[in-house]
Structure formats: C-alpha cells, structure tokens
Write a protein that binds this ligand. Structure first.
Ligand SMILES: [Zn+2]
Length: 306
C-alpha cells in the first residue's frame, strides 16, 4: 500500500494537470455503491468525509435472495466505485454493473473492488463446479465478513480502491485505514478474551454463515438446521439435529436475524437449548456499525454458551 501511495503521490506531483482531469479532485466526493451494509459501513470508515456510500442490500435482507431495484442501475451508472462481497453471494451486482454501462466500475476498471480478494476462504469446493447441482456457496463459503480479521482485509481492499480512484486523497484514506486496523485489533483482544472460556464448545446454527466467526473464536459448528446451504430446514432433518444434540448434550443455538424462528423454537422446546438471535447485517437488531455488529455476535454467543 505504501509503495502504491508513494507512486500515486509522484504521479500527482509530476503530472498534476493530467491527473486532475482523469481523477476526482481532492475535495470531490467519491460515490460508492456497496453490495451489503457491512461493506458500506467499512467504506465509510476508510473513506470518511471524502465518500458517499449506499448499500444495495438493506439490513436484514438475505444476500442470497436479493432482487435489486432497477433504480440501482442508475446509481451504479453514476458511481465512482462499487464494492462486491464476491464469490456467489452477490452475483446480482454483476447484472447491475453490466446494465449500467459504467466501464469505470466494470471488472478490471479502476472503481471495481471485490472485497473477498486476500480472504482465506473456507469450504472451497473439492470437485469441479458444473452448476448442475444448483448449490449455493459454489465457490467456497462467502460469509467471511463475520470474522473481524476479514473485516480488516475488506478495509484494505477498499483503501487500495480509493487510492486508485482518488489518488489526491490517498494519505487521508491511508490514515483512516490505519485507524480502522488499530480499532479492530484493540477490539479483537477483548472479544478473544470474552469467548476464551468457551473454546471448543459446539454450537448449532441455521445456515452455514457463522463458520468464519466460529473458527476465529475456537468454537465448533455442531450442525446446521438447513440440510445444506440454501435448502430450507425440514422436519426430518431438524429431528435428526435434535436427537444428535440430546446425545451430545449440545445446548447452544445461534440464528442470524434474517431467518424464521419456527424451527429454532422447535429445537428449544425439544432440547431446552439456549437460543440467541444475532444480527445478520449492520443495521439489524439496532447495530450501527460493523464493530457493533461483531460485538453483538460475541455477546449473544457468550449468552448462548453460558
Ligand atoms: Zn450462504
């Protein structure tokens, strides 16, 4: 990043006039359209008052099920930057970008940021993807955002993208990025400490969305209420989960706020498990930022495991 920044600075000083024509001025606002409220919040942290950010997905909208409004084509047509979750979670963003005709934010364009770049992916497919099975999570598990270490990777990708589209503000973006990393590291110490007593404990989840969070904090996925990602729970499968929970004395059940609670309540009635609902996205359950969202996950998991 430092190398890139210095390079950009030199470009600005040597070819000021040319660069000013090609890139927004230092005081121009960079217009960002993000796929999810999490990416939007991290972009606000890194971009500060030099960016305006909107999210296509609203809080508590399942990212696998988004049908974006046509108005987003217009917004993307006017955007300087787009932020994608990547993998197969927000392929609807590609359709919007294509429709917009905005080459700046097309794949390979200066304003195209795939936030998954550099994330160590889990559940990578071990056989070739044919599309025949219709599975979701076809390119690996896309729910990496619930591990705060990956939030740092996202912030890095956004910072690099901002340096590219608004090089005159690179120093400002880099300072905000460093502040974000410092805050994430400080909070991580606290979160690790809070969940340390529960290391190795099994948790039942609804969709396979929590696996990056579980790995980070040393917790174990015992079962999912969905028989496989994207396939809704069935009575037969939930019954199997209930029997396995009883046999192994598993008592924690954590469900993101986007899922219906009928089957989770069935599990609670049958096993006496502690059910906690965690925010699916920034803005869900009253959370106002990415760090607040992760903090609520830590608190709710703690409660479920007590
Ligand atoms: Zn998923």
């Amino acid at each position: 990043m430092k190398k890139l920044t210095v390079h950009m600075m030199v470009m600005v000083s040597l070819m000021a006039a040319a660069v000013m024509v090609a890139a927004p001025r230092a005081n121009a606002t960079v217009k960002i359209v993000a796929a999810s409220p999490e990416l939007a919040d991290i972009a606000r942290s890194v971009g500060g008052n030099k960016v305006s950010v909107e999210s296509v997905a609203k809080p508590n909208q399942d990212l696998h099920m988004i049908e974006p409004r046509p108005s987003y084509v217009t917004k993307i047509a006017q955007a300087d930057m787009i932020l994608k979750v990547g993998l197969d979670l927000d392929m609807w963003m590609d359709a919007l970008i294509n429709e917009s005709g905005n080459t700046k934010v097309n794949k390979g364009g200066p304003g195209y940021v795939d936030c998954s770049v550099g994330v160590k992916l889990m559940e990578l497919p071990n056989s070739q993807i044919t599309g025949a099975s219709g599975d979701i999570h076809a390119y690996g598990n896309p729910h990496y955002i619930y591990d705060p270490q990956n939030g740092k990777v996202v912030a890095y990708n956004i910072c690099v993208g901002l340096d590219r589209v608004s090089p005159a503000n690179a120093a400002y973006f880099n300072a905000n990025y460093q502040a974000f990393i410092a805050e994430a590291d400080a909070k991580m110490k606290v979160w690790l400490h809070e969940l340390a007593p529960y290391k190795g404990r099994p948790v039942v989840i609804y969709h396979a969305s929590a696996i990056y969070f579980l790995r980070r904090f040393g917790l174990k996925e015992f079962a999912t209420l969905e028989p496989k990602p994207g396939v809704p729970p069935s009575a037969a499968h939930v019954n199997n989960v209930i029997n396995a929970m009883k046999a192994s004395h598993v008592t924690a059940l954590c469900v993101e706020s986007v899922y219906p609670l009928s089957y989770p309540n069935t599990v609670v009635a049958a096993t006496g498990a502690k059910l906690e609902v965690v925010p699916y996205s920034v803005g869900a359950l009253g959370t106002k930022s990415y760090f607040e969202m992760i903090d609520m996950w830590v608190q709710k998991y703690k409660q479920a495991l007590q």
